[in-house]
Design a protein around this ligand. Structure first.
Ligand SMILES: *Cc1c(COP(=O)(O)O)cnc(C)c1O
Length: 388
């Protein structure tokens, strides 16, 4: 059986993993080595000459990640933002990037504070507004970066529509990167929808246990892969073998975890909608979500574990709620088995200027739930006691 091309759950567990040829060890060993013996100058066991370039534990992870996204190639990195850095290094001074307006705070920061300084211009646009997006392309646009669902306002961007638009507007000169961190390949495969590259912070759902920071890029195009791999090796933001091992162990249960994250989040969202102390709930699975139909079209098997809610009241009410929660941990990050909650305005999106936050609707009353895989009744009880 071709395990690399089996169904999703099977690929989670088997892709990239085979018993170690020397011992039969069933788990991929943690190859703690920086370099490899050569039998004669330049003669080594391809591709292993030096661990920045390649490491067998990383190869296993990269093969597994590629398979999950239905991609030909996977590249893993020391963090999610290192994947953005890698993609931006394919651009030249004078090039233009189109970025969706609501993104992870650190994504905004690297584009705005690192690459804009280097002469690459950036336009941020609400990519749920197709007319505005079409108008934002310039003859210098070389990369389109989108995140869906977005962070933290959970807008759902139509990946197929934006990918097609990028091809039409730039004559294929721009490549489209979709940050699939929130949805994960268990729910959404951007490459099959026309994106050129998928980016992940594996720190979140792929890692899933809040114990390792990492990132990944998946790509089908041979040339794009060669160029990204060249930058990865040249810039060197690669993960260590222990981090690769942990992430690879985690992806084996991705399908199970995502199923429960989705079930729990759907129930929690439904509960919040009914709650008197909650003003508004944003969850792609709700009929009331402005892009619910797009979500139904491009996400399959569920709508993810992230919920954004606007509480009644202001900063004091939000702060009181966050302090009173007991099962939820107040922390940045998301996507782990444990439920986390945060206040984007003060925490993850503090690097987004206040007026930009206001424009995006990231207000004092907005809280972001990362619903874990605990018993959902305990999750709901905790929310209720903290809102009481
Ligand atoms: C966390 C996150 C990132 C950045 O990843 P790191 O692993 O923290 O560097 C990028 N995109 C999204 C959507 C994220 O949630």
């Amino acid at each position: 059986m071709d395990k690399e091309n089996a169904r999703f759950a099977t690929r989670c567990i088997h892709a990239g993993c085979r018993p170690d040829p020397t011992t039969g060890a069933i788990s991929v060993p943690v190859y703690m080595t920086s370099t490899y013996a050569q039998t004669s100058p330049g003669v080594f066991k391809e591709p292993y000459d030096y661990s920045r370039s390649a490491n067998p534990t990383r190869t296993a992870l990269e093969t597994n990640l590629a398979s999950l996204e239905g991609a030909k190639y996977g590249l893993s990195f020391g963090s999610g933002v290192a994947t953005i850095d890698c993609c931006c290094h394919l651009l030249n001074t004078g090039d233009h990037i189109l970025l969706c307006d609501d993104v992870y705070g650190g994504t905004y920061r690297i584009f705005k504070r690192v690459f804009e300084q280097m002469g690459i211009s950036i336009t941020r646009v609400d990519m749920t507004d197709h007319d505005a997006t079409r108008a934002a392309f310039t003859d210098k646009t070389r990369m389109v970066w989108l995140e869906t669902p977005t962070n933290p306002t959970l807008k759902v961007i139509d990946i197929a529509a934006i990918s097609q638009m990028a091809k039409d507007a730039t004559g294929g000169k721009a490549f489209v990167v979709a940050d699939n961190t929130f949805a994960t390949p268990a729910l959404q495969n951007p490459l099959s929808l026309g994106a050129d590259v998928v980016s992940h912070s594996t720190t979140k759902y792929l890692g899933g246990h809040a114990d390792v920071v990492g990132g990944a890029l998946m790509v089908n195009d041979d040339d794009l892969h060669e160029r990204l791999k060249f930058v990865q090796n040249s810039v060197g933001a690669v993960p260590g073998p222990m981090d690769c091992f942990l992430t690879l162990r985690s992806t084996k249960t991705l399908h199970l975890r995502m199923q429960r994250h989705c079930e729990n989040a759907a129930k929690v969202a439904g509960h919040l909608v009914e709650h008197a102390k909650v003003d508004r709930v944003v969850y792609p699975g709700l009929d009331s979500h402005p892009q619910h139909n797009v979500a139904k079209k491009q996400m399959c098997g569920g709508f993810g574990g992230m919920i954004t809610a606007f509480l009644k009241g202001g900063i004091n009410e939000s702060r009181g709620f966050l302090e009173k929660l007991q099962l939820f941990t107040l922390a940045e990050s998301l996507g782990g088995v444990e439920s986390l909650i945060e206040h984007p305005g003060i925490m993850t999106h503090a690097s987004v200027p206040a007026e930009e936050r206001a424009k995006l609707g990231i207000s004092d009353s907005l809280v972001r739930f990362s619903v874990g895989v605990e018993d959902v009744s305990d999750i709901i009880d905790d929310i209720d006691q903290a809102l009481a």
